[in-house]
Design a protein around this ligand. Sequence first.
Ligand code: UDX
Length: 447
Amino acid sequence: MTLRITVIGTGYLGATHAACMAELGFEVLGLDIDPEKIATLAAGKIPMYEPDLAELLVKHVPGHPGSSGRLRFTTSYEEVAEFGDVHFLCTNTPQKKGEFAADMSYVDAALDSLAPHLKRPALVVGKSTVPVGSANRLAIRLAELAPVGEAAELAWNPEFLREGFAVGDTLHPDRLVVGVRSERAEALLREVYATPISDGVPFVVTDFPTAELVKAAANSFLATKISFINAMAEVCESAGADVVQLSKALSFDERIGGKFLNAGVGFGGGCLPKDIRAFMARAGELGADQALTFLREVDSINMRRRSRMVELAREQCGGGFLGRRVAVLGAAFKPNSDDIRDSPALNVAAQIQLQGAQVTVYDPKAMDNARKMFPGLAYAASALEAAEGAHVVLHLTEWQEFRDLDPADLGAVVAERRILDGRNILDDAKWRAAGWHYRAMGRPSVE
Ligand code: UDX
């Protein structure tokens, strides 16, 4: 009989995982404690912007023409426990207020709510990004609470999906990592992932702490790579060198590779910043803090990018922001997403506004979220509208739409043709040819 799968917590990770499990052919029941979220998903809609996800929901939730009907949603833990053979925990682990550590309360609450209902054999699989040691702790809790006893087991299976590519990354991941304690757990997870495994996706079987650490290590490596090139950008600026050429030259070395080597305003989002901080906090608890002190530097380099962008904008405004108009292109923390969590673009926009400029923001997808979080900023319906009367235009999230802008069109509405490229991706020759002063981070300034 085909496995029945449940997904607990239907945020970014959970909603995507649930839809993808249905796509792989399983009967799926998604649970969230937020009834509004459940109603939205059950209607085949998603509460965020994520390419391909809404289409996948419509393909599988009942009630849509031609749908498989394999994907349903509920708010009842009892129903989930009765239904599922494999339960994926996909709740979030935000940064604790005022601390670096991860807030485990949502994961703990999910396990505590599910376990007492487990009357039939089940595999509970953690997917959330958690401090190393959590799986062991949760396994003990599961054993204490599940009426079915040892037939309820835990496994850990970290998720590596990127926002904007969540569906593709879930169906065709780079690798699958599973932390297990029994052959039965491994066999069940091999069954869940039979399709990607048969497509050749590497399946790495480890113990609990290694599986948990793979995720922390992967995100730390990515953050370090970005901060490395941003540190090079700082040196390039001092030395009059060009970080874009430097990065390109480095990328031909296969040991280094070109991905995650784009200098600019740095990383943001709901994962990298909080994950490296939680990792440092956990290493401290384990007495291994010295091993990760470099991550503090990675974090500082990253945060310095934002202040540097504010300084560059001030320079472009003639030394002060008072009475100046600044257009900000981008609000999401990266393109193809409406996620504004710890977004460098909005952080820079808010800092400049606080220092006296009038800042107008435009983003293709993140306007509603940005408005809610930063109601004091002005918002425009297009890049052109945002640029009206601007003394400087800041390009802070690299949407394709901004790359496609015609510098002449924008030039016709601004007060001054000055553009700061915070992502080092616009065609500088094209902008300069249209009479713009183009300045980027870590590249020589051409007057
Ligand atoms: C990240 C990891 O990539 C993913 O594997 C993990 O599961 C969750 O965290 P995500 O937060 O979706 O995914 O974003 P990612 O694509 O990694 O980008 C993170 C940030 O780094 C963005 O703000 C992006 O603009 C920035 N970035 C990325 C750079 O500044 N330079 C680069 O070269 C690459």
